[in-house]
Every structure is written in C-alpha cells, then in structure tokens.
Design a protein around this ligand. Structure first.
Ligand code: SF4
Ligand code: SF4
Length: 171
C-alpha cells in the first residue's frame, strides 16, 4: 500500500517536472488567451476539469498541501478550531502569518500541518475554502484567471494538465 502511494507521488512529481520545462510556453499562451473573447470558455474548462480529475487522485498527490498551502480566512480559522478543539489565538500563533496581499492568513511553514503521514488531509471536512476550490477550474470567469492557473500549474499536476488541454483546444 505504502509502495503504491509512493509510486503515485512519483508519478505526480514527474508531471510537475514536465510542467516546469513547459512553464514559459504555458504562461505565454495563458496570457494571450486571457485577453481574447472566447465563447463558452468556462463550459469547456469545466469539461477539462472533469476529464483530468477522473485520472488524478488528490488523495494520492497532496503536492499543493506540501508545497503551496492555502489562504485561511477568519471563517476558515473558526471552523477548523472548532473541529480540532483549539483557541483561535493559539491557532494563529502556532500556524499562521498575515498573507502579504492582505486577503487572509497563510501557513508559517510547509508542508501544511494538517497533512497526515499518509499524505491525506486530517481535517478534510473542515479544510479551507481555498483548499476546496483549488485549482479553481470549476469556477466562473476562468478566462480572467488563466495567469493564476498557469502559476498554479507549477504546483498542481491537474492544473498543468488542464492548461495543456486548453492550449490543445486552440491549436
Ligand atoms: S488543510 Fe488539508 S487540504 Fe488544505 S492544505 Fe492542509 S492538508 Fe491540504
Ligand atoms: S489539487 Fe492538484 S496539487 Fe493538490 S492534491 Fe489535487 S492534483 Fe495534487
């Protein structure tokens, strides 16, 4: 079981290695597409999202939890504290610092302290909204978020695979 999981992690890390080598191209194409008028773009990306996540298993990957970490809003902190039985002040002191963009808070250290030894989220039902939505390919107005998706593709194999599908769709 452990061997299988390590094999999966290597598979996802290999996808990220490929993403790094193609990053300049991905960034350029996403920038270009973000400025164009493309009809039914969200619908197309939602379809790619479903196709990619039918192949990718987040519970076997966990790379965003190890290398990126989410944004914590006050409501996320409240929610998680009630789940883990910790005072909010203690939670802030132990785990969080202010996000430089002022959007919320970010983790002091990575990997995320809630990722368990089996690479899974120990607070899955109360994980942050940012964790739930990542990599934001089920949202609306995706064309305006393509540069963000290109940046996320350095951390998330699924984001990279979706970027590739978007690019292939316009060849
Ligand atoms: S809260 Fe859970 S899903 Fe979110 S980064 Fe941490 S381990 Fe991953
Ligand atoms: S969202 Fe992306 S990086 Fe995070 S676990 Fe799923 S595939 Fe991996």
């Amino acid at each position: 079981m452990r061997f299988l999981q390590e094999a999966s992690i290597n598979k996802y890390e290999a996808i990220l290695e490929r993403s790094k080598t193609k990053h300049k191209e991905i960034m350029k194409k996403m920038r270009h597409l973000s400025k164009m008028q493309k009809p039914r773009f969200d619908e197309m990306v939602h379809r790619y999202h479903d196709e990619v996540f039918s192949e990718v298993d987040c519970t076997e990957c966990g790379l965003c939890c190890r290398n990126l970490g989410p944004v914590f809003r006050n409501t996320d902190v409240k929610h998680i504290c009630s789940k883990v039985g910790m005072a909010e002040k203690e939670f802030h002191e132990k785990y969080l610092v202010q996000d430089p963009d002022g959007v919320g808070f970010m983790l002091r250290e990575l990997p995320c302290p809630f990722q368990d030894a089996d690479n899974r989220c120990s607070i899955y039902d109360t994980r942050t909204l940012s964790c739930v939505n990542f990599p934001h390919t089920e949202s609306g107005n995706i064309q305006k978020k393509l540069v963000g998706l290109a940046l996320d593709s350095l951390y998330c194999p699924a984001a990279f695979m979706i970027c590739e599908k978007i690019i292939d769709g316009y060849k």
